[in-house]
Structure formats: C-alpha cells, structure tokens
Ligand binder design. Structure first.
Ligand code: GDP
Ligand code: MG
Length: 159
C-alpha cells in the first residue's frame, strides 16, 4: 500500500501552459516562465504561434454553451500565443495554484493572475485542469505547431 501511495504522489505529469495574447502583448512571457522555473518544473517544449479558430474552439469546447464563448474565441485567436509543455511531479495542480483563480479579482496575491491582471478574459495564461487534459492539449498544440510557419497551411497556422 505505502509504496503504491508514494509512487502515485511522485507521479511525473505534463501540463499545457499557454501565454494568452494579452500576456504576449504586455511582455509577460519571461515573468511567467520565470515563475514555473523557480518552482522547479521543467520546460520540455515551447512555441510561439497564432491559434486558428478551429483549434481554439477545440481547446475550449467544454465552454461552448457559455455566453462569453464567441468573444473568448475571437480574443484567443487575436494575436500570437506562447505554447509550452511543462513537466514535473504534480505539475498540473501546482501550475493551477501558481496561475491562480479564473477571475483575477478573486485570485490570491503571489499568483500570476492575482499579481498581473484584473480582467477575466485577459487573464494572461492558460493551464490544463487535469493530467489527462495536459497530455491531450500538448498533443493538439504540438500537432498544430509542427508545421513550418513559412510553408504551413495558412488556415491552420498563420504567423
Ligand atoms: P481557467 O481554466 O481558469 O482558464 O477557466 P475556464 O476553463 O473556466 O475558462 C477558460 C477561460 O475563459 C478563462 O481563463 C477566461 O479567460 C474565460 N472565462 C471564464 N469564465 C468567464 C466569464 O465568466 N466571463 C468571461 N468574459 N470570460 C470567462
Ligand atoms: Mg480551464
């Protein structure tokens, strides 16, 4: 029982972290990477790209019924984003703590959203909400970004 418990506590996971267009525009990429590095997580992949509408809709498909969905998709496709894969023990839940609450006015100080924004749509960064989604989102992003931006299908990836 005990070795089993310890093994599950030491599970190395991956999470998908995406700096949203406001974070890019405001020059907060370094600040965000700094916080994850300081915590001790490992950056395993990184790419700057502009998200297509179809990928954005897939990424946020759970929110399709929400009134803010169309604006969320317009916003997330409005400029370049930074896609990152981070790895480490408990990285998914820990990253969510480092990021802070969805509504920045409810996010604690010392979190990314608590320190850096007041706007819900422009809340700087995305982080996967469970390990399964982490793997799925990294897979989708790496599929979308494996194309050379100079030669890729413009519909999927416009830089
Ligand atoms: P997250 O996992 O903390 O990013 O939150 P969700 O997965 O619930 O929502 C995805 C994103 O949609 C959030 O990060 C916000 O940018 C946006 N969002 C969520 N709820 C609202 C809302 O009530 N109003 C607006 N305008 N945007 C929202
Ligand atoms: Mg979410």
């Amino acid at each position: 029982f005990l070795p089993h418990l310890i093994a599950s506590l030491e599970q190395v996971d991956q999470t998908y972290i995406m700096v949203k267009p406001d974070g890019m525009q405001r020059g907060l990429v370094g600040e965000i990477i700094f916080r994850f590095e300081k915590k001790g997580f490992k950056l395993t992949d990184l790419k700057l790209f502009k998200c297509s509408k179809e990928l954005a809709e897939e990424h946020y498909k759970d929110l399709k019924q929400k009134s803010f969905f169309p604006k969320l998709i317009d916003y997330i496709t409005s400029g370049p984003v930074v896609c990152m894969a981070w790895e480490g023990v408990g990285v998914v839940a820990s990253a969510r703590k480092l990021i802070g609450a969805t509504y920045p006015l409810q996010a604690e100080p010392d979190t990314i959203r608590g320190d850096l924004t007041v706007q819900t749509r422009k809340n700087v960064v995305h982080g996967s909400d469970n390990p399964e989604n982490g793997k799925h989102e990294i897979g989708k992003a790496s599929y979308a970004i494996q194309f050379n931006p100079n030669t890729c299908n413009k519909h999927r990836c416009e830089l």
